[in-house]
Design a protein around this ligand. Structure first.
Ligand SMILES: Cc1cc2nc3c(=O)[nH]c(=O)nc-3n(C[C@H](O)[C@H](O)[C@H](O)COP(=O)(O)OP(=O)(O)OC[C@H]3O[C@@H](n4cnc5c(N)ncnc54)[C@H](O)[C@@H]3O)c2cc1C
Length: 397
């Protein structure tokens, strides 16, 4: 594994760094610095800048709007975005349904849906999970019955992230109740403004509106919005989950997270010394950094495999487990570092709040981020399920 960047890669890194410095929206930076929740428009402002530059979908094939970057360039890109504290782009269109559409869709479906994903004009959500069907996804019960050129869809989805903003959703529905579980499922694209679609908020521990219930009552969906064959949606579902897990390790963002804790611990005092001089605190930071470095090398090995033409394998489960645990430890340590300044924000500091912030800026998001990050070991396939995958696929148990 070659760890040094080539001169061309260093030049690319400089190009990326300057582009971010010159183009990242100032108003977005201040919303982030003050610890406010981000609005749909905040997310889209950066998305549109990247779309205009042609850098919005680095992992896509060039023919569909990708950049043609190597795995190393994509690694540099994510490192630079994290180092500059840029907001992430929404994964539901770009990393999930987009690759499904260009891999399994018809030419008409590609022409109809891919441009809106790239431009940001269409905001997508993921309708997989149902009450009672999360880890055991293939037991899902939302059903679609054929009626001429349409399906009539009835059922309930849950934990649907950002569905309150969504123009479109990709849904797994049961089209053959008599087939074996995985064989009777289809993959439908549903216009979220269709009559019969209702989105109800679920407010999370940190006081945020990030997830929702989605109710589907007699929703009419044209058959030409089904991707791939009827009853073969599980093939698309599995393909998408492999894409969802790559990148979930979030190494670059975690490295930035550790740096931020160190900055806080240099400022916050423990008696007459900075917190960073406290041996117990320093030890926790060091343990975190050691584990993060080990994770980074595992990710680099996985990238080297990808560069050599190997697709994401069971190691993506390993990256997910370690990455998500590290993300949680970072938020725990950040909350510890800000101490009592974290307390006023146990229920967040939302859009439109006019309370005067208390304590330093870096304290505002510590508690909501701590609560919010409990999700990382659950979503994208819970960590227990990832351990099952490793037991089966790697250890052969
Ligand atoms: C913040 C957040 C956002 C989400 N966003 C979306 C979204 O946008 N779209 C979407 O479709 N879904 C979304 N999800 C749902 C997510 O995919 C599920 O929560 C996840 O798959 C777990 O399913 P569950 O919640 O039904 O828990 P369950 O499957 O009921 O699991 C409960 C517990 O039992 C354990 N468990 C279950 N089965 C096994 C087993 N076989 N072996 C060992 N342990 C097991 C689990 O690990 C877990 O600890 C989101 C979830 C969260 C928390």
């Amino acid at each position: 594994m070659q760890l040094e960047f080539s001169p061309e890669e260093i030049a690319f890194q400089q190009e990326v760094r300057s582009f971010i410095a010159e183009n990242y929206p100032e108003n977005l930076r201040s919303v982030q610095d003050e610890g406010h929740d981000l609005s749909k428009e905040d997310f889209l402002s950066w998305h549109r800048i990247l779309a205009k530059k042609g850098w919005i979908a680095p992992a896509w094939p060039v023919e569909y709007g990708g950049t043609g970057w190597t795995a190393t360039q994509r690694f540099i890109w994510s490192e630079e975005l994290a180092a500059a504290d840029c907001v992430g782009t929404m994964p539901f269109g770009l990393s999930m349904v987009g690759p499904v559409i260009y891999t399994f869709g018809t030419p008409e479906q590609k022409a109809r849906f891919l441009p809106g994903i790239l431009s940001g004009d269409d905001w997508w959500c993921q309708g997989y999970s149902e009450p009672g069907s999360g880890s055991d996804l293939a037991s899902l019960r939302t059903k679609a019955v054929r009626d001429g050129d349409d399906y009539i869809v009835n059922g309930q989805k849950t934990w649907t992230t950002m569905a309150q903003h969504a123009d479109w959703g990709f849904f797994l529905v049961r089209t053959d109740p008599d087939a074996k579980q995985q064989e009777g499922i289809s993959f439908l694209l549903i216009d979220m403004k269709s009559p019969g679609v209702t989105v109800r908020p679920i407010i999370t521990l940190g006081g945020e509106h990030e997830v929702n219930e989605v109710w589907l009552e007699e929703v009419r969906v044209p058959v030409d919005q089904r991707i791939y064959e009827e009853n073969k949606g599980w093939t698309c579902a599995k393909f998408l989950l492999a894409h969802e897990r790559t990148g979930i390790a979030a190494v670059a963002r975690s490295k930035r997270g550790v740096e931020k804790i160190k900055q806080i611990a240099r400022t916050e005092m423990d008696g007459d010394k900075p917190l960073l001089a406290n041996a117990f605190f320093k030890r926790k930071i060091s343990e975190l950094e050691i584990d993060l470095t080990a994770l980074e090398f595992t990710e680099l090995r996985s990238l080297a495999g990808e560069a050599a033409g190997k697709g994401p394998g069971p190691e993506s489960s390993l990256l997910k487990i370690k990455g998500s645990e590290i993300q949680q430890r970072i938020t725990e340590l950040a909350l510890e570092a800000v101490g009592h300044y974290g307390a006023p924000y146990f229920r967040g500091f939302g859009e439109g709040d006019n309370e005067h912030p208390i304590g330093p800026d870096y304290a505002h998001r510590a508690a909501p981020t701590y609560f919010n990050t409990r999700k990382t070991t659950i979503y994208g396939g819970s960590n227990e399920i990832q351990r099952n995958i490793i037991a089966k696929m790697v250890l052969g148990i």
